[in-house]
Ligand binder design. Sequence first.
Ligand code: NOS
Length: 323
Amino acid sequence: MPAPKIELHVHFEGTVRPETLLVIARRNGQRLPAETVEGLRQLYEFTDFDHFVRTWVLTTNCLRTADDFRRIVVAYAAEAATHGAVYLEGIFSPAERVRRGVGWADIFEGYADGAAEAYERHGVRVLLTPDVDRELAPADAEECARQAVRYRDRGVVGFGLGGPELAAPAKAFARAVAIARDGGLAFVPHGGEAGGPDSVRDLLELAPARIRHGIRAAEDDDLLAELRDRGVVLDVCPTSNLRTRVVESEAAHPLPRLVAAGLRCSVGTDDPAMFGTDLGREHELAARLGLGPERAYAAGVAGALCDDATRDHLVAVGRRAYG
Ligand SMILES: O=c1[nH]cnc2c1ncn2[C@@H]1O[C@H](CO)[C@@H](O)[C@H]1O
């Protein structure tokens, strides 16, 4: 049995393995930019972060029905469970689907049903953190936040910001974040991935519950100290950083610096099907970079947006496995 794991940073749309994506696209009458598994794999050779984001938008468009969303959650929970996952917080990007004619309810109902079914069938607790990309009009982001709040009792616990990091400052979405927060959702944005320390500071003004990536905080000692003192958990995805080329090589990855600075870092796969990774391999890489499974699990417990009973359960699971 693999050691228990908590994954806080995974995009459900990016978990769909090429074989399955081709089937879904065909069923929905959607054209993908490649028509074979090999073709998709080649498409996933990213030249830079921007190229990755553009490709992500192209390939994830074929997901369209409530049933698609439900199934991809259940399938990923099954996969992650084989690597020891006991708790997942999954991201999805509703506005990108709505823009292409999918209804809000189909998206939220599908993901919420999937989260419930994942627990029933695979024993993995799944909570949901929809996000908006930084190229979205703020008014549309506000609508997404309102929709997310409506699903608060169906497993939606957070609201995030993703996509091209340099397209707009987080502040442009302050109203959407306020709507989410007033509705009981935590703010869990991406930042410090393609953008540097200033981009992380920009997020801190909106009091994030965690930061997705945040790795470029390692370039600034004062910022590292501030993140440590505030206890902000960073959801780090090392393979993603290598594959989108925001980090040049494994040896150059800032994770050892983050760990040395006393930051709490969880380990995530980000978009495992697009980056050719899985939760087990991601933890092997994190361990090589100085972040072992026990410490990663503790960061997961600290960062999870769950209720007290679930956190107590996660603590007990961790204690049994790691002592
Ligand atoms: O590593 C990542 N960084 C930023 N955005 C990401 C990442 N992985 C997936 N997305 C998703 O890409 C979409 C593009 O507009 C966004 O919705 C974001 O959630």
